[in-house]
Design a protein around this ligand. Structure first.
Ligand code: MN
Length: 429
Protein backbone atom coordinates (compact mmCIF):
# COMPACT_ATOMS: atom_id res chain seq x y z
CA UNK A 1 0.00 0.00 0.00
CA UNK A 2 1.41 3.35 -0.98
CA UNK A 3 1.48 6.16 1.49
CA UNK A 4 3.64 8.49 -0.56
CA UNK A 5 2.34 11.99 -0.22
CA UNK A 6 1.42 13.41 -3.62
CA UNK A 7 -0.16 16.88 -3.77
CA UNK A 8 -3.84 16.67 -4.64
CA UNK A 9 -3.33 19.00 -7.63
CA UNK A 10 -0.63 16.88 -9.31
CA UNK A 11 -1.65 16.61 -13.01
CA UNK A 12 -0.18 13.08 -13.15
CA UNK A 13 -2.62 11.69 -10.57
CA UNK A 14 -5.11 9.11 -11.81
CA UNK A 15 -7.94 7.36 -10.02
CA UNK A 16 -9.26 3.81 -9.97
CA UNK A 17 -12.69 5.42 -10.33
CA UNK A 18 -13.62 5.90 -13.98
CA UNK A 19 -13.64 9.57 -14.98
CA UNK A 20 -15.34 10.20 -18.34
CA UNK A 21 -13.42 12.33 -20.86
CA UNK A 22 -14.29 15.99 -20.47
CA UNK A 23 -15.58 15.56 -16.91
CA UNK A 24 -15.39 18.59 -14.62
CA UNK A 25 -14.53 16.27 -11.74
CA UNK A 26 -11.18 14.49 -12.14
CA UNK A 27 -9.22 13.37 -9.06
CA UNK A 28 -7.55 16.81 -8.98
CA UNK A 29 -10.86 18.57 -8.22
CA UNK A 30 -12.62 16.85 -5.29
CA UNK A 31 -15.16 19.58 -4.52
CA UNK A 32 -17.52 19.62 -1.55
CA UNK A 33 -21.30 19.48 -1.53
CA UNK A 34 -24.28 18.17 0.37
CA UNK A 35 -26.41 15.42 -1.11
CA UNK A 36 -29.40 13.27 -0.22
CA UNK A 37 -29.60 9.74 -1.57
CA UNK A 38 -32.78 9.24 -3.58
CA UNK A 39 -35.24 6.69 -2.31
CA UNK A 40 -34.71 7.44 1.34
CA UNK A 41 -31.31 8.13 2.71
CA UNK A 42 -29.44 10.44 4.93
CA UNK A 43 -28.22 13.83 3.90
CA UNK A 44 -24.44 13.82 3.98
CA UNK A 45 -21.39 15.80 3.03
CA UNK A 46 -20.18 14.54 -0.30
CA UNK A 47 -17.36 14.98 -2.73
CA UNK A 48 -17.36 13.95 -6.36
CA UNK A 49 -15.18 12.17 -8.87
CA UNK A 50 -16.38 11.63 -12.44
CA UNK A 51 -20.09 10.78 -12.20
CA UNK A 52 -19.80 9.39 -8.68
CA UNK A 53 -20.61 11.17 -5.43
CA UNK A 54 -18.51 10.11 -2.45
CA UNK A 55 -20.36 9.97 0.86
CA UNK A 56 -17.81 11.25 3.37
CA UNK A 57 -19.81 10.09 6.39
CA UNK A 58 -19.44 6.48 5.17
CA UNK A 59 -15.68 6.88 4.83
CA UNK A 60 -15.55 8.38 8.32
CA UNK A 61 -17.50 5.48 9.82
CA UNK A 62 -15.10 3.06 8.13
CA UNK A 63 -12.17 4.76 9.82
CA UNK A 64 -10.71 6.10 6.59
CA UNK A 65 -10.92 9.78 7.57
CA UNK A 66 -9.00 10.33 10.74
CA UNK A 67 -8.11 13.84 11.77
CA UNK A 68 -8.22 15.03 15.35
CA UNK A 69 -10.52 17.99 14.68
CA UNK A 70 -12.86 16.14 12.32
CA UNK A 71 -15.95 14.61 13.87
CA UNK A 72 -18.94 12.69 12.51
CA UNK A 73 -21.39 15.56 12.96
CA UNK A 74 -19.43 17.76 10.57
CA UNK A 75 -20.08 15.22 7.81
CA UNK A 76 -23.70 14.41 8.58
CA UNK A 77 -24.95 17.95 9.14
CA UNK A 78 -27.10 19.01 6.22
CA UNK A 79 -24.84 21.95 5.38
CA UNK A 80 -21.09 22.47 5.00
CA UNK A 81 -20.88 25.25 7.61
CA UNK A 82 -19.49 23.05 10.40
CA UNK A 83 -16.80 21.61 8.18
CA UNK A 84 -15.33 25.04 7.48
CA UNK A 85 -16.02 26.66 10.84
CA UNK A 86 -12.41 26.33 11.95
CA UNK A 87 -10.81 27.51 8.73
CA UNK A 88 -9.02 25.63 5.98
CA UNK A 89 -7.35 22.87 8.02
CA UNK A 90 -10.15 20.29 8.09
CA UNK A 91 -11.41 20.53 4.48
CA UNK A 92 -7.79 20.62 3.31
CA UNK A 93 -7.07 17.39 5.20
CA UNK A 94 -10.22 15.74 3.81
CA UNK A 95 -9.42 16.67 0.20
CA UNK A 96 -5.81 15.47 0.46
CA UNK A 97 -6.90 12.22 2.14
CA UNK A 98 -9.59 11.62 -0.50
CA UNK A 99 -6.97 12.13 -3.18
CA UNK A 100 -4.87 9.39 -1.57
CA UNK A 101 -7.82 7.01 -1.20
CA UNK A 102 -8.85 7.41 -4.84
CA UNK A 103 -5.39 7.05 -6.40
CA UNK A 104 -4.83 4.10 -8.71
CA UNK A 105 -2.02 2.74 -6.51
CA UNK A 106 -3.95 2.79 -3.22
CA UNK A 107 -6.04 -0.25 -2.33
CA UNK A 108 -7.37 0.90 1.07
CA UNK A 109 -10.80 1.76 -0.31
CA UNK A 110 -10.51 0.31 -3.82
CA UNK A 111 -10.20 -3.28 -2.62
CA UNK A 112 -13.06 -3.10 -0.12
CA UNK A 113 -15.87 -3.67 -2.60
CA UNK A 114 -18.65 -3.57 -0.04
CA UNK A 115 -17.45 -0.22 1.23
CA UNK A 116 -17.02 1.17 -2.30
CA UNK A 117 -20.60 0.30 -3.17
CA UNK A 118 -21.81 1.96 0.02
CA UNK A 119 -19.69 5.12 -0.22
CA UNK A 120 -19.83 5.84 -3.95
CA UNK A 121 -23.23 6.76 -5.37
CA UNK A 122 -23.96 7.71 -8.97
CA UNK A 123 -24.92 11.38 -9.33
CA UNK A 124 -28.25 10.33 -10.88
CA UNK A 125 -29.19 8.78 -7.53
CA UNK A 126 -28.35 11.83 -5.44
CA UNK A 127 -30.39 14.98 -4.91
CA UNK A 128 -27.91 17.79 -4.36
CA UNK A 129 -28.86 20.37 -1.76
CA UNK A 130 -27.98 23.95 -0.99
CA UNK A 131 -24.39 23.48 0.24
CA UNK A 132 -24.43 26.15 2.93
CA UNK A 133 -26.68 27.81 5.39
CA UNK A 134 -25.76 31.18 3.97
CA UNK A 135 -25.50 33.79 6.65
CA UNK A 136 -24.96 36.97 4.73
CA UNK A 137 -24.82 37.58 1.02
CA UNK A 138 -23.00 40.47 -0.60
CA UNK A 139 -23.00 41.22 -4.31
CA UNK A 140 -20.20 43.20 -5.93
CA UNK A 141 -20.08 44.97 -9.28
CA UNK A 142 -16.51 44.16 -10.23
CA UNK A 143 -16.48 43.71 -14.00
CA UNK A 144 -15.40 46.93 -15.66
CA UNK A 145 -16.99 46.03 -18.99
CA UNK A 146 -20.32 45.29 -17.31
CA UNK A 147 -20.27 48.55 -15.36
CA UNK A 148 -19.28 50.39 -18.53
CA UNK A 149 -22.04 48.78 -20.60
CA UNK A 150 -24.70 49.58 -18.02
CA UNK A 151 -23.36 53.13 -17.75
CA UNK A 152 -23.52 53.56 -21.53
CA UNK A 153 -27.12 52.35 -21.65
CA UNK A 154 -28.46 54.37 -18.75
CA UNK A 155 -26.19 57.43 -18.90
CA UNK A 156 -23.73 58.07 -21.71
CA UNK A 157 -20.42 56.56 -22.88
CA UNK A 158 -18.41 59.60 -21.76
CA UNK A 159 -19.58 59.19 -18.17
CA UNK A 160 -20.25 55.47 -18.18
CA UNK A 161 -18.24 54.69 -15.03
CA UNK A 162 -19.34 56.62 -11.96
CA UNK A 163 -16.57 58.57 -10.17
CA UNK A 164 -16.06 55.96 -7.42
CA UNK A 165 -15.84 52.89 -9.65
CA UNK A 166 -12.08 52.80 -10.27
CA UNK A 167 -11.35 53.53 -6.60
CA UNK A 168 -13.35 50.89 -4.76
CA UNK A 169 -15.15 47.60 -5.42
CA UNK A 170 -18.76 48.77 -5.46
CA UNK A 171 -21.15 46.34 -3.75
CA UNK A 172 -24.39 46.03 -1.84
CA UNK A 173 -25.87 43.73 0.77
CA UNK A 174 -28.16 41.17 -0.83
CA UNK A 175 -30.72 38.75 0.55
CA UNK A 176 -29.62 35.26 1.67
CA UNK A 177 -33.08 33.75 2.20
CA UNK A 178 -33.90 33.48 -1.51
CA UNK A 179 -30.64 31.85 -2.63
CA UNK A 180 -31.73 28.53 -4.14
CA UNK A 181 -29.85 25.44 -5.22
CA UNK A 182 -29.51 24.46 -8.84
CA UNK A 183 -32.63 22.81 -10.22
CA UNK A 184 -35.09 24.77 -8.07
CA UNK A 185 -37.50 26.54 -10.41
CA UNK A 186 -39.21 29.78 -9.48
CA UNK A 187 -42.09 31.96 -10.60
CA UNK A 188 -41.60 35.14 -12.53
CA UNK A 189 -41.63 37.91 -9.94
CA UNK A 190 -44.19 40.69 -9.85
CA UNK A 191 -43.51 44.23 -8.86
CA UNK A 192 -43.85 47.87 -9.60
CA UNK A 193 -42.35 49.40 -12.71
CA UNK A 194 -42.85 52.21 -15.15
CA UNK A 195 -43.19 51.12 -18.80
CA UNK A 196 -44.19 54.63 -19.83
CA UNK A 197 -41.87 57.27 -18.39
CA UNK A 198 -44.61 59.90 -18.63
CA UNK A 199 -47.27 57.83 -16.87
CA UNK A 200 -47.77 56.44 -13.38
CA UNK A 201 -46.08 53.16 -12.39
CA UNK A 202 -47.94 49.87 -12.85
CA UNK A 203 -47.91 46.55 -10.97
CA UNK A 204 -47.51 43.20 -12.66
CA UNK A 205 -45.13 40.40 -13.73
CA UNK A 206 -41.72 41.75 -14.71
CA UNK A 207 -41.30 42.19 -18.46
CA UNK A 208 -37.50 42.26 -18.25
CA UNK A 209 -36.41 39.14 -16.39
CA UNK A 210 -32.66 38.67 -16.71
CA UNK A 211 -29.79 36.47 -15.55
CA UNK A 212 -26.46 37.68 -14.24
CA UNK A 213 -23.43 35.47 -14.89
CA UNK A 214 -21.45 35.56 -11.66
CA UNK A 215 -19.01 33.54 -9.57
CA UNK A 216 -19.39 33.59 -5.80
CA UNK A 217 -17.01 32.70 -3.01
CA UNK A 218 -17.78 31.21 0.38
CA UNK A 219 -15.88 32.48 3.38
CA UNK A 220 -14.15 30.32 5.96
CA UNK A 221 -14.23 31.61 9.45
CA UNK A 222 -13.55 35.27 9.07
CA UNK A 223 -12.07 37.53 11.61
CA UNK A 224 -14.91 36.86 14.04
CA UNK A 225 -14.47 40.07 15.91
CA UNK A 226 -16.27 43.18 14.93
CA UNK A 227 -13.71 45.85 14.18
CA UNK A 228 -10.96 43.68 12.68
CA UNK A 229 -9.84 44.02 9.09
CA UNK A 230 -8.82 41.35 6.60
CA UNK A 231 -5.93 42.52 4.42
CA UNK A 232 -5.52 41.59 0.77
CA UNK A 233 -2.58 39.39 1.91
CA UNK A 234 -4.76 37.44 4.36
CA UNK A 235 -7.94 37.43 2.31
CA UNK A 236 -7.52 34.11 0.52
CA UNK A 237 -6.99 32.32 3.85
CA UNK A 238 -10.63 33.17 4.47
CA UNK A 239 -11.97 31.85 1.16
CA UNK A 240 -13.08 28.21 1.22
CA UNK A 241 -14.21 27.82 -2.35
CA UNK A 242 -16.16 29.07 -5.32
CA UNK A 243 -19.60 28.45 -6.82
CA UNK A 244 -21.36 29.47 -10.01
CA UNK A 245 -23.99 32.06 -9.29
CA UNK A 246 -26.95 33.25 -11.34
CA UNK A 247 -28.13 36.46 -9.74
CA UNK A 248 -31.59 36.70 -11.29
CA UNK A 249 -32.71 40.28 -11.88
CA UNK A 250 -35.89 42.08 -12.93
CA UNK A 251 -34.56 45.07 -14.84
CA UNK A 252 -37.78 47.08 -15.03
CA UNK A 253 -38.43 46.74 -11.28
CA UNK A 254 -34.78 47.55 -10.60
CA UNK A 255 -34.74 50.64 -12.82
CA UNK A 256 -37.72 52.21 -11.05
CA UNK A 257 -36.87 51.34 -7.44
CA UNK A 258 -33.11 51.74 -7.16
CA UNK A 259 -32.90 55.47 -6.43
CA UNK A 260 -31.44 56.41 -3.96
CA UNK A 261 -30.62 53.28 -1.94
CA UNK A 262 -29.80 50.73 -4.63
CA UNK A 263 -31.10 47.27 -5.58
CA UNK A 264 -34.05 45.80 -3.67
CA UNK A 265 -37.04 43.80 -5.01
CA UNK A 266 -35.64 43.66 -8.54
CA UNK A 267 -32.86 41.48 -7.13
CA UNK A 268 -33.98 39.59 -4.04
CA UNK A 269 -36.59 37.17 -5.42
CA UNK A 270 -34.12 34.42 -6.41
CA UNK A 271 -30.43 33.71 -6.96
CA UNK A 272 -29.30 30.24 -8.05
CA UNK A 273 -26.03 28.60 -6.93
CA UNK A 274 -24.24 25.51 -8.15
CA UNK A 275 -24.20 22.55 -5.73
CA UNK A 276 -20.46 21.79 -5.81
CA UNK A 277 -18.10 24.13 -4.02
CA UNK A 278 -14.75 23.99 -5.82
CA UNK A 279 -12.00 24.75 -3.32
CA UNK A 280 -9.62 27.62 -3.84
CA UNK A 281 -6.89 24.97 -3.39
CA UNK A 282 -8.10 23.09 -6.48
CA UNK A 283 -8.05 26.31 -8.50
CA UNK A 284 -4.49 27.16 -7.50
CA UNK A 285 -2.99 26.15 -10.92
CA UNK A 286 -5.25 28.61 -12.72
CA UNK A 287 -4.09 31.89 -11.23
CA UNK A 288 -3.50 34.78 -13.65
CA UNK A 289 -2.53 38.40 -13.29
CA UNK A 290 -5.32 40.96 -13.13
CA UNK A 291 -5.59 44.15 -15.16
CA UNK A 292 -3.33 47.07 -14.34
CA UNK A 293 -5.30 49.36 -12.08
CA UNK A 294 -5.09 52.97 -13.12
CA UNK A 295 -5.50 55.26 -11.24
CA UNK A 296 -3.53 53.48 -8.50
CA UNK A 297 -5.73 52.18 -5.72
CA UNK A 298 -5.43 53.12 -2.06
CA UNK A 299 -2.90 51.07 -0.05
CA UNK A 300 -5.49 48.81 1.62
CA UNK A 301 -6.64 47.66 -1.85
CA UNK A 302 -3.17 47.00 -3.24
CA UNK A 303 -2.09 43.39 -3.52
CA UNK A 304 0.87 41.19 -4.46
CA UNK A 305 0.90 38.25 -6.86
CA UNK A 306 -1.71 36.68 -9.09
CA UNK A 307 -5.14 36.87 -7.51
CA UNK A 308 -7.35 36.43 -10.56
CA UNK A 309 -8.39 33.01 -11.88
CA UNK A 310 -8.76 31.83 -15.46
CA UNK A 311 -12.17 30.11 -15.37
CA UNK A 312 -14.16 29.82 -18.60
CA UNK A 313 -17.86 30.54 -18.19
CA UNK A 314 -20.87 30.13 -20.41
CA UNK A 315 -24.61 30.73 -20.34
CA UNK A 316 -27.24 28.76 -22.23
CA UNK A 317 -30.96 29.31 -22.73
CA UNK A 318 -33.24 26.30 -23.20
CA UNK A 319 -36.80 27.23 -24.25
CA UNK A 320 -39.56 24.95 -22.96
CA UNK A 321 -39.22 21.66 -24.86
CA UNK A 322 -36.49 23.14 -27.07
CA UNK A 323 -32.76 22.91 -27.53
CA UNK A 324 -30.05 24.92 -25.81
CA UNK A 325 -28.41 27.99 -27.31
CA UNK A 326 -25.20 29.22 -25.69
CA UNK A 327 -25.72 32.98 -25.62
CA UNK A 328 -22.56 34.06 -23.79
CA UNK A 329 -18.98 32.88 -23.24
CA UNK A 330 -17.07 34.83 -20.63
CA UNK A 331 -14.26 34.31 -18.11
CA UNK A 332 -13.83 34.91 -14.37
CA UNK A 333 -10.48 36.59 -15.12
CA UNK A 334 -12.35 39.56 -16.62
CA UNK A 335 -12.78 41.15 -13.20
CA UNK A 336 -11.21 44.49 -12.39
CA UNK A 337 -11.49 43.88 -8.63
CA UNK A 338 -10.41 40.43 -7.40
CA UNK A 339 -11.78 38.48 -4.43
CA UNK A 340 -8.94 39.57 -2.12
CA UNK A 341 -9.70 43.20 -2.83
CA UNK A 342 -13.43 42.62 -2.34
CA UNK A 343 -12.88 41.01 1.07
CA UNK A 344 -10.36 43.65 2.15
CA UNK A 345 -12.77 46.39 1.17
CA UNK A 346 -15.72 44.65 2.83
CA UNK A 347 -13.93 44.51 6.20
CA UNK A 348 -11.90 47.72 6.11
CA UNK A 349 -14.54 49.49 8.20
CA UNK A 350 -14.58 46.69 10.78
CA UNK A 351 -17.50 44.72 9.35
CA UNK A 352 -17.14 41.10 10.50
CA UNK A 353 -17.46 38.13 8.16
CA UNK A 354 -18.65 34.69 9.22
CA UNK A 355 -18.08 31.15 7.98
CA UNK A 356 -20.64 30.49 5.27
CA UNK A 357 -21.10 34.01 3.99
CA UNK A 358 -21.44 34.32 0.23
CA UNK A 359 -19.81 37.09 -1.77
CA UNK A 360 -20.59 37.29 -5.46
CA UNK A 361 -18.56 38.95 -8.19
CA UNK A 362 -21.26 40.87 -9.99
CA UNK A 363 -22.03 40.20 -13.65
CA UNK A 364 -18.89 39.10 -15.48
CA UNK A 365 -18.71 40.56 -18.97
CA UNK A 366 -15.77 40.27 -21.35
CA UNK A 367 -14.93 42.96 -23.88
CA UNK A 368 -16.69 41.41 -26.87
CA UNK A 369 -20.49 41.46 -27.30
CA UNK A 370 -20.67 37.64 -27.27
CA UNK A 371 -19.07 37.60 -23.81
CA UNK A 372 -21.54 39.86 -22.02
CA UNK A 373 -22.96 38.30 -18.85
CA UNK A 374 -26.59 39.47 -18.93
CA UNK A 375 -29.45 39.75 -21.41
CA UNK A 376 -29.55 43.47 -20.66
CA UNK A 377 -26.15 43.75 -22.34
CA UNK A 378 -26.49 40.93 -24.90
CA UNK A 379 -29.71 42.45 -26.27
CA UNK A 380 -28.50 45.98 -25.49
CA UNK A 381 -31.53 46.93 -23.39
CA UNK A 382 -33.84 44.98 -25.70
CA UNK A 383 -32.79 46.76 -28.90
CA UNK A 384 -30.84 43.81 -30.38
CA UNK A 385 -32.73 40.54 -29.86
CA UNK A 386 -30.55 37.45 -29.41
CA UNK A 387 -31.27 34.67 -31.94
CA UNK A 388 -31.90 31.16 -30.65
CA UNK A 389 -30.62 28.09 -32.52
CA UNK A 390 -34.02 26.41 -32.61
CA UNK A 391 -35.72 29.52 -34.01
CA UNK A 392 -37.07 32.46 -32.10
CA UNK A 393 -35.22 35.17 -30.29
CA UNK A 394 -34.93 36.71 -26.84
CA UNK A 395 -34.62 40.22 -25.47
CA UNK A 396 -35.06 38.95 -21.92
CA UNK A 397 -35.97 35.59 -20.34
CA UNK A 398 -39.43 34.18 -21.06
CA UNK A 399 -41.68 31.82 -19.11
CA UNK A 400 -40.63 28.20 -19.61
CA UNK A 401 -37.01 29.13 -20.33
CA UNK A 402 -34.30 27.27 -18.45
CA UNK A 403 -31.08 29.20 -17.97
CA UNK A 404 -27.95 27.10 -17.42
CA UNK A 405 -24.48 28.32 -16.50
CA UNK A 406 -21.28 26.29 -16.62
CA UNK A 407 -17.70 26.97 -15.65
CA UNK A 408 -14.36 25.21 -15.82
CA UNK A 409 -10.64 25.86 -15.81
CA UNK A 410 -8.22 23.81 -17.87
CA UNK A 411 -4.42 23.50 -18.02
CA UNK A 412 -1.81 20.73 -18.26
CA UNK A 413 -4.48 18.25 -19.31
CA UNK A 414 -6.48 18.82 -16.13
CA UNK A 415 -10.00 20.24 -16.24
CA UNK A 416 -11.42 21.56 -12.97
CA UNK A 417 -15.09 22.44 -13.29
CA UNK A 418 -18.22 23.31 -11.39
CA UNK A 419 -20.80 21.25 -13.26
CA UNK A 420 -23.69 23.60 -13.84
CA UNK A 421 -26.31 25.76 -12.20
CA UNK A 422 -29.77 25.84 -13.76
CA UNK A 423 -33.29 27.00 -13.08
CA UNK A 424 -36.50 27.25 -15.06
CA UNK A 425 -38.73 30.28 -15.03
CA UNK A 426 -42.37 29.47 -14.30
CA UNK A 427 -45.26 31.84 -15.06
CA UNK A 428 -46.04 34.53 -12.52
CA UNK A 429 -48.45 33.59 -9.74
MN1 MN B 1 -25.64 40.71 -9.30
Amino acid sequence: MSTTKIPANDPALRSWVDVPAGSDFPIQNLPFGVGERLGGGDVATMSRIGDMCIDLSVLFDAGLLEFEELDREMLSYSKLNDLILFGPRIPRYVRQRLSELLRTDNGELRDNHALVSEALVHIDRVDMQLPFLIGDYTDFYSSRQHAYNVGCMFRDPANALLPNWLHLPVGYHGRASSIIESGVDFHRPCGQFKPNPDAAPVFGPTRQLDFELEVGFITHIGKPLLGERISTDEAEDHIFGLVLFNDWSARDIQAWEYVPLGPFLGKNFASSISPWVVTLDALEPFRVAGPKQDPPVLPYLQYEGKKHFDIQLEVGIIPDGGTETVVSRSNFKHLYWNMAQQLAHHTVNGCNVNAGDLMASGTISGDTPDSYGSMLELSWKGTKPVKLDGGGERKFIEDGDTVVMRGHAEANGVRIGFGDVRAKVLPAL
